[in-house]
Design a protein around this ligand. Structure first.
Ligand code: MN
Length: 431
């Protein structure tokens, strides 16, 4: 766990006035990294501050912020070169940015000409995927979620398979279809076979779902053939994003045995545009829940691995107001991101800068804390009320909006992670 320093001082204010509002996701204590562009410009690296973005590419060009000394890391439109610098440089850059934005620092504050270029309203920018996703692995780390799904797909007495309480279960997903918030998602086609059907047929998924997850962004590599400790895994973690692992339940239930999900989760994964750093989250760390079975020692953690992060899901039917349909917390995860990463590298699997680990759907103990429609509607049995409509699974035109924030002496927000469902396309036919 990173040390607390002056960047966590709750009394610290910024000269960017909107950052000092109590309900801002992006106070000076947060400073999440992202990539933005304006008009037709090229993508640039930034941090969020209040309702503005601070252009780090510009400040590096001017020599005002130089995390890599004479080398440049903010010029490629992606955060990977900066992440490759490692945790000491991440922390040093955070301190430097906080100093620049501090209410008492005149350098930018009193230079209107500089500010006009360095600060841009978030309303006027387009956000991009903040990093090049090297690999995407999705875990299954919520005991409540795994129990709910196992109860539905198998039986309540066989809900958790025997390995679940010993291993952070995961599968290797697709990096190619990880997209930034705001990207539309096309309803997938797939092989479908109901329990009464003799044979499968081809068609659009009728059980399209979201999964509320926390994404961990790996900022440092590990060597092939070399396991890592949980302390090393913690140091390798650059930060976290909200993640929606869109899932087609009817495709999934027919394809998932024996090797796990394949196409049913590979057609789209949406992440929020802001990477909230491990440094910013340091005051909100909490231990994982009590162990049901003792873990093998390589998974023990010396410092609390979970985050007390409140999470919400809104569903907005086409043309209607959004309605909150689930509220949960990332502290319910049974395995932390560092435990997931440690287990991932145990066999000698090499980790890369820009790897993305999904936590798995985050469900809590209450019915309203379930992080997917599969669980909220209990596989379609109990329709979910959405304003004056109901849903069992997603319909075309529906938007799903994830939100997350830590709340203490100040608020560390993640912004939103949003996507809208487009109707299925037709199978292409040969001419
Ligand atoms: Mn998932």
């Amino acid at each position: 766990m990173p040390d607390l320093d002056e960047t966590h001082d709750p009394g610290r204010k910024s000269w960017v006035a909107s950052a000092n509002a109590a309900d801002s996701d992006f106070p000076i204590q947060n400073l999440p990294f992202g990539v933005f562009s304006r008009d037709t410009g090229t993508p640039r690296v930034c941090v969020a501050i209040g309702d503005q973005v601070l252009d780090l590419t510009f400040l590096e060009e001017l020599g005002i912020l130089t995390p890599a000394g004479s080398d440049r890391v903010f010029h490629t439109g992606t955060l990977n070169p900066f992440m490759a610098l490692g945790p000491e440089k991440w922390t040093a850059a955070r301190r430097g940015i906080a100093r620049l934005l501090d209410a008492d620092t005149p350098l930018l504050r009193d230079d209107a000409r500089l500010c006009e270029v360095a600060l841009v309203s978030q309303a006027d920018v387009r956000m991009h995927l903040p990093f090049t996703v090297a690999g995407y692995t999705d875990f299954y780390a919520s005991r409540e979620h795994a129990t709910n799904v196992g109860s539905m797909f198998r039986a309540p007495d066989n809900a958790l398979l025997p390995n679940w309480l010993h291993i952070p279960i995961g599968y290797n997903g697709r990096a190619s279809t990880v997209v930034v918030s705001g990207t539309d998602i096309r309803r997938p086609l797939g092989q479908l076979k109901g329990p009464q059907d003799d044979a499968p047929h081809l068609g659009p998924s009728a059980k399209l779902d979201f999964e509320l997850e926390l994404g961990a962004v790996v900022g440092q590599p590990s060597a092939m053939g070399q396991p890592i400790t949980t302390a090393q895994a913690e140091q390798m973690m650059f930060g976290y994003v909200l993640l929606n692992d869109w899932s087609a339940r009817d495709i999934q239930v027919w394809e998932y045995q024996p090797l796990g999900p394949f196409g049913s989760k590979a057609f789209g994964t949406t992440i929020s545009p802001w990477i909230v750093t491990r440094d910013a989250l340091a005051p909100f760390r909490v231990p994982t829940p009590e162990r049901v079975k003792q873990l093998l020692p390589y998974l023990d953690e010396a410092t609390p691995g979970n985050i007390d992060l409140q999470l919400e899901v809104d569903l907005r039917p086409d043309g209607a107001e959004p309605v909150t349909i689930a509220q949960t917390n990332a502290k319910y995860l049974y395995y932390s991101a560092a435990q997931q990463l440690t287990h991932h590298a145990l066999t000698g699997c090499a980790m890369q800068v820009g790897d993305l680990l999904g936590s798995g759907t985050i469900s809590g103990p209450d019915p309203e804390s379930r992080g997917s429609l599969l669980e909220l509607s209990w596989n379609g049995r109990d329709p979910v009320r959405v304003g004056d409509r109901t849903r069992t699974f997603l319909q075309d035109g529906d938007s799903v909006i994830l939100r997350g924030w830590c709340e203490g002496e100040y608020r560390i927000g993640f912004g939103t992670c949003e996507g809208t469902i487009l109707p299925a396309t037709r199978m292409p036919s040969d001419p």
